[in-house]
Design a protein. Structure first.
Length: 245
């Protein structure tokens, strides 16, 4: 029998997985065991929720996680289609959901903003201001903007911490799927949301330039928290007609 000292490091804490993660697991297992196949369309959202005995928002988050992982792809008019083959999910077990992407970004990015404000290298500040001006110019011309990620990355560079910058890039690589783009479009549809985001970008750049680390960190935390809430609200709403139903 192992005593306390001998057993240290043998076992790891049991993780309580979310309902969305467990739903994603079931879909992956169906692919792994041949119950669903590549190019097959999954049942409509309502039917998946019934079979899995979960809510429809839970199904939406599970499908979003699978899309981020490259297992499925959503198409207007076709619903959600499996694009992976069983070999691609043989080692499945570490899923990434939109919620987790924001958990990571909220842990990383406010600290990057604070570090950028403390360090304030002139060349970094100029690159940051240039990214801010580009966003401002696009917004003033069109009342829209394609992406504020150049500002996020400029702040990461200005923090001069390659470990944190790499961690941010690991999180951002999950923001390129069609499902994420759809959620982002939904989040930025209200004019007030776009205006608020642009104002927060202006504020964080000003605080970093002034060397106010606490204010820069807080504005960037607020910016990400609002964006998270706006993005994830899209998971609570049905897909457009012809989608997952």
């Amino acid at each position: 029998m192992l005593d306390q000292e001998d057993s240290d490091g043998v076992f790891t804490p049991v993780a309580v997985r979310s309902a969305a993660a467990q739903a994603a697991d079931q879909i992956v297992n169906a692919l792994r065991h041949g119950s669903v196949k590549q190019h097959q369309r999954l049942p409509p959202e309502r039917e998946l929720a019934r079979q899995l005995k979960v809510s429809r928002p839970t199904v939406r988050e599970a499908l979003a996680a699978l899309e981020l992982a490259g297992v499925v792809e959503s198409h207007q008019g076709r619903g959600t289609v499996v694009i992976a083959v069983p070999e691609q999910v043989a080692t499945w077990g570490v899923e990434v959901t939109p919620t987790q992407v924001f958990e990571a970004r909220l842990a990383i990015e406010p600290q990057l903003a604070a570090l950028a404000a403390r360090k304030r290298y002139p060349e970094d500040l100029e690159q940051l201001r240039a990214a801010g001006r580009a966003l401002d110019d696009e917004y003033e011309r069109t009342a829209q903007y394609h992406s504020d990620l150049p500002v996020h990355r400029a702040i990461a560079r200005a923090a001069r911490n390659p470990i944190l910058a790499d961690a941010l890039e690991d999180a951002l690589k999950h923001t390129e799927s069609p499902r994420w783009v759809e959620l982002r479009r939904h989040a930025l549809m209200p004019a007030s949301a776009r205006e608020g985001h642009v104002n927060e970008v202006r504020q964080v750049i000003e605080h970093i330039a002034e060397g106010d680390a606490d204010a820069a960190s807080e504005v960037w935390r607020t910016h990400l928290a609002y964006y998270r809430d706006e993005m994830l609200a899209g998971l609570q709403e049905p897909r457009q007609a012809g989608g997952t139903g």
